[in-house]
Design a protein around this ligand. Structure first.
Ligand code: GTP
Ligand code: MG
Ligand code: ZN
Length: 307
């Protein structure tokens, strides 16, 4: 006698939900009504990440299975094993790059974020937080350093502590999925806390000796804002590695280079010491910021040789 194959009965029809957090091997999926279920993916080949929209089914009142990750509008990745990348945040439409007077800001890192976002089709805003700590003299220094960015990206001086600029920030968050990025300790979670005062968010201090951050936030998490829109808090830096970026994409990621690139004499111009390079000429004529161009050269050095 042949036995009928065992068919696992599907107890519930698939539902649509959003991944709002990721803990080790579990993903927190929020269904439309707002309930959260801890889920594992059915297929190992499709790793979900925060921001993903998924089809899922409930197993019980708190657990479920992710059946399928739905197509993504945008994707940010982080380094995985063996030179591969893993998904880190999906469907982000705007990244808020946070910098501050302390820990000291690093414009090479800022450029790295910008290059990645340009190549992923994600808008970027620069938020200079802790502006309450700026004196007149230090503000002048910051203004000079950030001058090349003013024409390229929206820049806002804010303070999670005093609330300066927070109303302007709120208006830019409506109806979008935004993500906070920046070095540990710049105040990403503090900004989130300012927007969602009832939330129990961990805020870290800076270490006394080095004035560096303490890596307080350990995983990306998505929150709904009262004024509409979602905000993802992240532990910062790893997402914006240049692993997927080649030298052509790096140059395109410096968006002020773009109008010049097509005038370079050679198609494969790296804009270093190449003959007839229009980008370098733009720098010489003061049409491209020399500081930005120098950072481009530094990032080019960091790329794997083959690209
Ligand atoms: N003076 C001042 N301090 C601030 C401001 N925003 C944050 N801080 C302080 O900066 C420190 C770090 O803040 P967090 O919000 O934990 O920084 P973070 O960017 O989330 O750091 P990680 O989670 O480690 O990536 C804390 O001591 C905050 O109180 C601000 O606007 N002004
Ligand atoms: Mg944090
Ligand atoms: Zn060139």
């Amino acid at each position: 006698m042949t036995r009928a194959p065992k068919i696992r009965p599907r107890m519930n029809p698939p539902r649509t939900g959003r991944v709002v957090a990721h803990f080790g091997k579990k993903w927190a999926v929020e269904e439309e009504a707002g309930r959260i279920y801890l889920c594992h993916p059915l297929r190992r080949s499709q790793e979900p990440c925060v921001g993903d929209r998924v089809h899922w089914e409930a197993a019980d009142a708190q657990h479920g299975r992710i059946l399928e990750v739905l197509p993504r509008d945008t994707l940010l990745t982080r380094p995985g094993r063996g030179g591969k990348t893993r998904p880190a945040a999906a469907n982000v439409s705007q990244v808020l790059v946070v910098l501050a007077p302390e820990p000291p800001y690093d414009l090479l890192l800022v450029d790295q974020y910008l290059v990645v976002n340009e190549n992923r089709g994600i808008d970027t805003r620069l938020l200079f937080n802790k502006s309450d700590l700026l004196t007149k003299a230090s503000r002048r220094g910051v203004d000079a350093n950030l001058a090349p960015y003013r024409d390229l990206y929206p820049l806002l001086f804010i303070s999670a502590e005093t609330g300066e600029g927070m109303e302007t920030l709120k208006a830019t968050l409506k109806d979008k999925i935004s993500m906070l990025a920046g070095q540990s300790g710049v105040g990403k979670s503090s900004l989130l806390k300012n927007l969602l005062p009832d939330l129990d968010v961990r805020i870290g201090g800076l270490s006394d000796g080095t004035r560096r951050g303490r890596h307080t936030t350990t995983s990306a998490m998505l929150f709904h804002l009262p004024g509409g829109g979602d905000l993802i808090d992240t532990p910062g830096v790893a997402i914006f590695g240049l692993a997927d970026i080649d030298s052509r994409q790096l140059a395109e990621g410096y968006k002020e280079f773009r109008p010049f690139i097509s005038y370079c004499r050679f198609n494969d111009c790296r804009h270093v010491d190449d003959l007839g390079c229009a980008v370098r000429e733009g720098v010489e004529k003061g049409e491209i910021s020399r500081a930005r161009y120098r950072r481009y050269l530094k990032l080019l050095e960091k790329l794997p040789r083959i690209s």
